[in-house]
Design a protein around this ligand. Structure first.
Ligand SMILES: [Zn+2]
Length: 161
């Protein structure tokens, strides 16, 4: 399976609100192959997460690189966000060389469908919660630079979130 091309800012696809994915689509071979390509692309580019708009698809799908392996979030929906927030450094494969500190909820809970189309829920905190919020923002056309407090331009392209 090929490595997918990552779309970078200011491509308008990154600003589109992505569409919900129907259950029949999740079961299709094309969709499964898209998920595998996205996982492969995320691993090869050293990303901690990859959202479908970043590879040019306006659908509600994101892959997260968790400590237990790639996590596939389809139609993710937050059901709980902690009142407490914290600042942390972020970058994005679609905005190479740019970093900034973003305030995110410390702990979040969400529902989503997994690769098999099954409804699931998870609670995450710290870095994992941050990555999930960053990726779900992509599905709504929001980039971390919209929220970042201090933005830093680094002319070195080997640091990507
Ligand atoms: Zn990103």
């Amino acid at each position: 399976m090929p490595i997918l091309k990552i779309i970078t800012q200011p491509n308008p696809i990154l600003r589109k609100k992505s569409q919900e994915i129907a259950r029949e689509i999740i079961k299709s071979r094309e969709f499964k192959s898209l998920v595998s390509s996205m996982i492969k692309t995320m691993v090869k580019t050293d990303g901690v997460g990859l959202a479908a708009p970043q590879i040019g698809k306006d659908i509600r799908l994101a892959i997260i690189n968790s400590k237990d392996g790639p996590l596939c979030l389809i139609n993710p929906k937050f059901i709980k966000k902690s009142w407490a927030k914290e600042l942390g450094q972020e970058g994005c494969l679609s905005i190479p060389g740019v970093f900034g500190r973003v305030k995110r909820h410390k702990k979040i809970s969400l529902t989503y469908r997994d690769q098999a189309g099954k409804k699931n829920a998870l609670t995450a905190k710290g870095l994992m919660a941050r990555v999930i919020q960053h990726e779900v923002d992509h599905l709504d056309g929001i980039l971390f630079i919209d929220k970042a407090a201090e933005i830093e331009n680094v002319k070195c392209k080997n640091h990507n979130e």
